[in-house]
Structure formats: structure tokens, C-alpha cells
Design a protein around this ligand. Structure first.
Ligand SMILES: C[S@@+](CC[C@H](N)C(=O)[O-])C[C@H]1O[C@@H](n2cnc3c(N)ncnc32)[C@H](O)[C@@H]1O
Length: 273
């Protein structure tokens, strides 16, 4: 089941295309649904598809994907929906974790949390939330500052393949990155950031990315030429794919193990290098 907001963006025309493609689906057809923006919130589907393809080629049987900042659970519902479909394409299992405080935005720490754009208590999880409709996501309630260190210390989880970060603040984003302190992750972790727009290099999610890169040997980087290439197929990738980063975990034993790039492998023949 897709979330309410995704259903709103799902035109009848695209629903028919989706339905027909699914009658005889394969990796390439599914990628086409994503690439052409036929399915709603395709950026979430892209992250799961990309991580699952690499993981299966590198011999992983299970991966974890996490959303930080879940509010009413709509993103998690979409993650569940797409995971169920993508698992079958790559013969892989996907664990879904959602991290959320539940009381809305916490108090800002300092200017880097951009209090000009967000307020304490905003986006409190309400009774209308779809958290009750979630079937397989594991929700971890509480401030990331406490829940993330606790998670990596006490929880058994499959290697981390993708993080969807939608917690707005510099401080919350920085606290979510603590999950990457654990070695149990893929050599490249797909990262999606929902709130890069209008921040500076030193504030918000972008500030947290730059802070991470200064302090760590592994690096978070955008994917050169990705948004330009993807926007040839659907114009919204022009900005949506600029929210994609990869964590390059250079010292991972599998960092240089060969795989076929799922992006180029699934592009149709019209793509000109
Ligand atoms: C923009 S909303 C998330 C929307 C959701 N991803 C979706 O697609 O519907 C941001 C959420 O992040 C949560 N949040 C922000 N900072 C947090 C923190 N440090 N710990 C826990 N939750 C946090 C807020 O409670 C809020 O619900």
C-alpha cells in the first residue's frame, strides 16, 4: 500500500502503466518505472533499487534501510511498498527501520538548525498518522541522540544499504550519521537528503554532510552527472537526484569488488554516452 500523499501524485495514466508493467516485471522494466517518474516518490524506490542491486551482486542476502524523521509514517509506508517489489527482483531481504521522536521537531541546538525555517514542536505525530498501517517497519522512538547509539550497540541488524534522511536540522542529521559508526554496512551506502534546499554549506543537512566529511575517512559525495542524465528521462530528477549522495566507505573490504552499475545496466539503448 502506498501512502496518502503518494496516491495523490499518482495519476490514473501512470497507475495503468504501473499495473501493465507489473504483469511481467523484470529489473529493467522496474527501473524504467522509477527513471521516468511513473511511480510516486521514485527517489525512495531508486535508493532501494540501487542498494539492493549492488548488495545482491556483492553476495549479501539481507540489507537494512532506515528513515530518519518519519512524522506520520508516510515515507515508511512507501518504503515498505517498494521494498516488497524490489526484494523479488534481486532475491534479497530488506529490513526497514524508522527513527522518530514523535513530539515534533526538538528544540534547535544553535543557528545551524535553521530556526528561521523550522519550529520546535512542528510536525508532531498525530492520531491521523499511518503508523498503524505499517506492516514490517521497526519503529525506534526517541531522540536520535539517544536512540542511534543505543541501536548500534544493542541491536542486531543487517548491513546498512540506504539511509533516507528527513529530519531537517543540522543537529538531527549529524546525530543520525552515528549509525554509520558501525562497520555493518555496504561499501557504498545510498543516502537521500530531503531538505538540502536553501541551506548553506555550514547549516542544515548540507552542513552536517560537510562536518561528517571533515571528520571521517569515508566520504559522502554527490554522484557526478547523475541528475543531468536522469533528467533526460523525467525533468524532476533535475533537482531530486541532487539529493542523492553515496557514502564511499573506501576501507571496506568489498569497496573494489567488481559489480555492474545498476544505473547504466538498466538504461535503455537511447542513452548516449
Ligand atoms: C519532515 S518530518 C518527516 C516526514 C517523513 N519523512 C515523511 O516523508 O512523511 C521530520 C520529522 O523528524 C523528526 N525529528 C527531527 N529531529 C529529530 C530528532 N533529533 N530525533 C527524533 N526525531 C526527530 C520530527 O519529529 C519530524 O516528525
Amino acid at each position: 500500500m502506498l501512502s496518502r500523499s503518494s496516491k495523490k501524485y499518482f495519476s490514473i495514466f501512470n497507475q495503468i502503466k504501473y499495473f501493465i508493467s507489473k504483469l511481467n516485471i523484470n529489473e529493467r522494466k522496474y527501473f524504467d518505472l522509477i527513471l521516468r517518474g511513473i511511480i510516486p516518490r521514485p527517489q525512495y524506490a531508486f535508493g532501494i533499487f540501487f542498494a539492493s542491486s549492488i548488495a545482491s551482486q556483492l553476495g549479501y542476502k539481507k540489507i537494512s534501510v532506515c528513515e530518519f524523521g518519519c512524522w506520520e509514517g508516510e515515507g515508511l509506508l512507501d518504503l515498505e511498498h517498494y521494498s516488497a517489489e524490489i526484494e523479488k527482483l534481486f532475491n534479497i531481504e530488506i529490513e526497514i527501520y524508522g527513527f522518530e521522536g514523535g513530539d515534533g521537531m526538538p528544540p534547535p541546538i544553535d543557528y545551524r538548525d535553521r530556526a528561521y525555517q523550522y519550529s520546535e514542536g512542528e510536525m508532531k505525530t498525530s492520531k491521523k498518522s499511518c503508523l498503524d498501517s505499517l506492516k514490517r517497519s521497526k519503529l525506534i522512538y526517541g531522540n536520535f541522540k539517544e536512540t542511534v547509539p543505543d541501536f548500534i550497540k544493542n541491536k542486531k541488524f543487517s548491513p546498512i544499504g540506504a539511509l533516507f534522511i528527513d529530519a531537517d536540522y543540522f543537529s538531527s542529521t549529524k546525530d543520525s550519521f552515528k549509525i554509520l559508526d558501525h562497520d555493518n554496512k555496504l561499501p557504498k551506502v545510498f543516502l537521500y537528503f530531503d531538505d538540502l534546499n536553501f541551506s548553506s554549506n555550514f547549516t542544515g543537512e548540507l552542513g552536517a554532510i560537510n562536518d561528517f566529511n571533515q571528520k571521517n575517512k569515508s566520504k559522502m559525495e554527490t554522484v557526478p552527472e547523475l541528475s543531468e542524465t536522469m533528467s533526460l528521462y523525467w525533468k524532476k530528477w533535475n533537482f531530486l537526484a541532487k539529493r542523492f549522495y553515496l557514502l564511499h566507505n573506501f576501507s571496506h573490504p568489498k569497496y573494489n569488488e567488481r559489480y555492474i552499475n545498476p544505473f547504466y545496466n538498466n538504461l535503455d539503448k537511447n542513452y548516449q554516452k
